[in-house]
Each structure stands twice: as structure tokens, then as C-alpha cells.
Design a protein around this ligand. Structure first.
Ligand code: F6P
Length: 551
């Protein structure tokens, strides 16, 4: 395993300076911070590529970010960033390079890793994906019976599902509506059964997406899909025209019966949760076309360049990542809400859960020693305005501090008027909610203000809005493929910044392995095998399950 040098970040003067600064700031209300610094909104707003980040509604002063940037330098963020982009093996526990940024390098760029021209490899696969996409969309690619494909079903899980489904939902406005996309991930048989029940095998194409091609959920679903197809079309030969694979494992793909000509590859230097921009994005490309997919990649690249080049104090992912550290390590927060004001982004929180929590949910540092700080933020959320009518109550008036990201767009993807809107359209009303919520969270409403409205004295305490609840507002002109790419790359780098401060390897995920092994071992005891060697609780549960299933 390569060396992973770590420093005790809490023992640095930069950490001490932040701890002292925190003592000075924690008691201040955002109302006071805004009153003390009238230029604050402008000063604490940054932009990168097409995104604008207003971070003025955070529990910080103008001194905070320079102190956080100094901490990032003490943790070696600039050096580690350079190492990542250069293809060094910074994923030490798996001894791998971390090069998702190479997946969006333009054709004319160059990057050689271990003597291999990575950019040429990437574009060779992109070209094959593009040709396949054109064939499916134009109807040149036909099924076994000669019919045009009308439904593409992506079978994958984790990074081989969450990215494609999130981005497909996000970019539906750009999708070819004559093609239907479905996503199957869960080993719950309900998923594949419901996804296929009304489909015609003759017009259905399965994309089996799995980096390793060993993931039990994906392979089980893929086999169920193959049975359904072969039964429906009456011939094993149909598989060749109805199954393609996306994987790094050509041997296993061949073993499954998918021809290598129908396989789109990628490389071990692409982590599963960082793989949407690899061939794992094939179903997305089929939906939106290769040109839009290229725009999506260009957006990611634009954010990469911003992250690589902008000074930390003006660098969107660095600012957002360091603010996360500020809250987790100095205010003791645990969760982070993501509140997209875009129905199209309804799967973004789920996608970010894997990206951030599989990356930074670690208790040891890169060298195997225990972490010296809390790590990882618990990401969660729902699109506004739905969340407003569900859980915002707790964010506004509960006892926990929950930093939030509001994400919104100026241009609607659909322009719909409202009857009595005084010139405002539906999108204006929607965005008014975003601005209102972040303002209410920050500034609240005092008991005096509420009493002055004639509220009975005994009701006043219930209506007090404490405020001082921090949030970022991320705005862009419109949700385009490029802007989606920028947003995803933004959060990838936020995750990397935080992992670097905490000294952890954000690119391995050993914590998911034990559950997989136990599930395999447990399997036979559910169907009649001996129920032994299990803990007492699990034994009782398995016995009850078997009883109910008559086994
Ligand atoms: O859950 C663990 C994990 O390895 C994820 O990191 C990954 O995205 C997912 O499983 C799927 O893996 P694969 O693409 O190899 O099927």
C-alpha cells in the first residue's frame, strides 16, 4: 500500500486559530453579522463557471474563510489536488489513481498515466458510446425481431444507478421523449418485475452497468431480465440485440454472455460513485444524445478547471467544503440538507448521499490510524417546495443546527403562467419560496415582532422563529446539461476537500463489504439450511421468516 502521509490537523496552529475564532463568532446572530457588515452579501458571494454561490448566510465573518483556507493549506489541499489531477495513486488502500476528472478532459488534452494515454482511451470509448447512441435513437439498432428499441432499462446499483437515474431525471427536458428509460437497482424482485411488466421484449434494451460485474444485485437482476427476454422472444440468440454491458471487467461480461463488441469499458481509476461521466452514463447519453452528453462533460470540466485554478478563497468547492468542516468540527453539526428548487433534481439528494457518505464516512485516516475529528456529513433532502410542507419545521424551529444548500435556477424549463400572479409566472412563485426560506432561516422573527402583530402572549413563544440557521444559495441561469455537470463536479470536489482536511481516503468503501459477505453466508439458512452460527437476534428473525414462508 502506498504511503498516505497524515498530519494531526487538530494540533496545527491553523486549527487553534479557528477554534478561537469560533468562540468569538458562535454567539453572534446572523442579524447582527449582517447589520455589522453592510457589504457582506456581495463580499461573501463567489462564482465559478456558470454557478453563483452566496455563502453570506453562514455563521461566519469576513475573517473566517481566510482562516479555513489556511487550514486547507496546512492539510496539504493544493498538493493533494495536484496529485489527484496528475493521476497519482491517492486512493492508497486500493492502490489506485483517482482520475474521474480525466473522463471529461477535451479530446485535445493530454494526460499520460503509467505510460498510457488516458485521454485517447476515454475518447475512444466516448466515440463508441456516441455511435451506439445514434444507432439506438435513429432506429438503426433494432431488436431481435427487427423492431426499433423504445425502452432502455439500466440495471445497476450504487454508482452504477444513482448517477444515471439522477441525471436522466434532471435532464428530462432534453431527452428524446420517444424513448423511455427505466432503472432497476434493487434485488427486491419487485423492482425488475414492475420495470418490465408492461414492456414488450421485442423493443426493450437492457444496459447492464457494473464496474466489477460481480455485484449480486445487478447480476441477479440481469439474469432475471435475460430470462424474461428469452422467454418473451423464444430464443437465446435475442440476447445479443437486447443486452449491452458497461464494466471494467471484460471477462465477467463475456461469462454472462454479452459479446465484447457490445461492452463499453472504463478503468479502475474511476470510483463507482464518480462514474456517471464514464460509460456508466450510457443510458443518459442515449436519452439526451451524444451532443448534450458532451455539453454535460464540458460543464464538469469547467468546474474542474475552476477548482484547480481558483484561489481557495474564491473557489466554490473549497468554500463549500470548508464551510462543512466549520460546522461539523466547530459547531458539532451532523447533517446537511440539500434543497433543490427544481423538481428535475428530485434524485440529487440520493445521489449526493452516496457521493459524500460512501466517500467520507470513515473512522480511520489514510495511514490506518484513527481519525482525530468527526468526519462525514449526513446528506439528506428533498426538492423545495415539497420539503417545506414536510420537514422544514425542524430546520426552522427544532433544536438542531442543520446547514442547508438551496439550489435554484433563473430560467424555468417550462414557462407556465398563473391566473392571479400580478405578472409573476409559476416559476417566479417557486423561486420566491427559495428566497423566502433561506431568509427566514437566517433572520427568523423575534418575539417582539410577533407580539406587535397582535399575537396572544401565550402563543408568541410558539411562533418565534429563532433564525441564525445557516445556508448556501447556489444559483445558475438555467438547468442545462452543462450546469448539471458543473453541479456534480462541484459536489465531487466539496467531498474531496473535506476528505483532505480529515486526512481520509475518500475513494475506498470497505465498510460496505461485511454486509455483502454476511448476506451471501446467510442465504442458505433462509431456504432450509442449518440456522447456526448466527447471533441470537438474527437466529430468531430467520426462524420466524422461515415459519412464515413454510420452510
Ligand atoms: O456499495 C458498494 C459499491 O461498490 C459502490 O461503491 C458501487 O457504486 C456499487 O457497489 C456498485 O458496484 P458495481 O458498479 O461494481 O456493480
Amino acid at each position: 500500500m502506498p504511503d498516505f502521509p497524515v498530519t494531526d490537523i487538530t494540533a496545527t496552529p491553523e486549527w487553534s486559530a479557528l477554534a478561537e475564532h469560533h468562540r468569538a463568532v458562535e454567539g453572534k446572530h446572523l442579524r447582527e453579522l449582517f447589520a455589522d457588515d453592510p457589504g457582506r452579501a456581495e463580499a461573501l458571494t463567489a462564482s465559478g463557471a456558470d454557478l453563483v454561490l452566496d455563502y453570506s448566510k453562514h455563521r461566519i465573518t469576513r475573517d473566517t474563510l481566510p482562516l479555513l483556507a489556511a487550514l486547507a493549506r496546512a492539510a496539504g489541499l493544493p498538493e493533494r489536488t495536484a496529485a489527484m489531477f496528475a493521476g497519482e495513486r491517492i486512493n492508497t488502500s486500493e492502490d489506485r489513481a483517482v482520475l474521474h476528472t480525466a473522463l471529461r478532459l477535451p479530446r485535445e488534452a493530454s494526460l499520460t498515466v503509467d505510460g498510457q494515454d488516458v485521454v485517447a482511451d476515454v475518447h475512444e470509448v466516448l466515440d463508441r458510446m456516441g455511435a451506439f447512441t445514434d444507432d439506438v435513437r435513429s432506429g438503426k439498432w433494432t431488436g431481435h425481431t427487427g423492431e426499433r428499441i423504445s425502452t432502455v432499462v439500466n440495471i445497476g446499483i450504487g454508482g452504477s444507478d444513482l448517477g444515471p437515474v439522477m441525471a436522466y431525471e434532471a435532464l428530462r427536458a432534453y431527452a428524446d421523449r420517444s424513448l423511455q428509460l427505466r432503472f432497476v437497482s434493487n434485488i427486491d424482485p419487485t423492482d425488475i418485475a414492475e420495470a418490465t411488466r408492461d414492456l414488450d421484449p421485442a423493443t426493450t434494451l437492457f444496459v447492464v452497468s457494473s464496474k466489477t460485474f460481480t455485484t449480486i444485485e445487478t447480476l441477479t437482476n440481469a439474469k432475471a431480465a435475460r430470462r424474461w427476454l428469452v422467454e418473451g422472444l423464444g430464443s437465446e440468440d435475442a440476447v445479443a440485440k437486447h443486452f449491452v454491458a458497461v464494466s471494467t471487467n471484460a471477462e465477467k461480461v463475456g461469462g454472462f454472455g454479452i459479446d465484447e463488441a457490445n461492452m463499453f469499458g472504463f478503468w479502475d481509476w474511476v470510483g463507482g460513485r464518480y462514474s456517471l461521466d464514464s460509460a456508466i452514463g450510457l443510458s443518459l447519453m442515449v436519452a439526451i444524445g451524444k451532443e448534450r452528453f458532451a455539453e454535460f462533460l464540458a460543464g464538469m470540466h469547467a468546474m474542474d478547471e475552476h477548482f484547480r485554478a481558483a484561489p481557495l478563497e474564491e473557489n466554490l468547492p473549497a468554500i463549500a467544503g470548508l464551510l462543512g468542516v466549520w460546522y461539523v468540527n466547530f459547531f458539532g453539526t451532523e447533517t446537511h440538507a440539500v434543497l433543490p428548487y427544481s423538481q428535475y433534481l428530485h434524485r440529487l439528494p440520493a445521489y449526493l448521499q452516496q457521493l459524500t457518505m460512501e466517500s467520507n464516512g470513515k473512522s480511520v485516516r489514510g495511514d490506518g490510524t484513527p481519525v482525530v475529528t468527526a468526519t462525514g456529513e449526513i446528506y439528506w433532502g428533498e426538492p423545495g417546495t415539497n420539503g417545506q410542507h414536510a420537514f422544514y419545521q425542524l430546520i426552522h424551529q427544532g433544536t438542531r443546527l442543520i446547514p442547508a444548500d438551496f439550489i435554484g435556477f433563473a430560467e424555468p424549463n417550462h414557462a407556465l403562467p398563473v391566473e392571479d400572479g400580478d405578472g409573476a409566472d409559476m416559476h417566479d412563485l417557486f423561486m420566491a419560496n427559495l428566497f423566502a426560506q433561506s431568509s427566514a432561516l437566517a433572520f427568523g422573527k423575534t418575539a417582539e415582532e410577533i407580539a406587535a402583530e397582535g399575537t396572544p402572549a401565550d402563543v408568541v413563544p410558539h411562533k418565534v422563529m429563532p433564525g441564525n440557521r445557516p445556508s448556501s444559495t447556489i444559483l445558475a441561469a438555467e438547468l442545462t446539461p452543462s450546469v448539471l455537470g458543473q453541479l456534480i463536479a462541484f459536489y465531487e470536489h466539496v467531498t474531496f476537500v473535506q476528505g483532505t482536511i480529515w486526512g481520509i481516503d475518500s475513494f475506498d468503501q470497505w465498510g460496505v463489504e461485511l454486509g455483502k459477505v454476511l448476506a451471501r453466508e446467510l442465504g442458505p439458512s433462509l431456504t432450509g439450511g442449518p440456522v447456526d452460527g448466527l447471533d441470537a437476534s438474527t437466529t430468531a428473525l430467520v426462524r420466524r421468516y422461515r415459519e412464515w414462508r413454510g420452510r
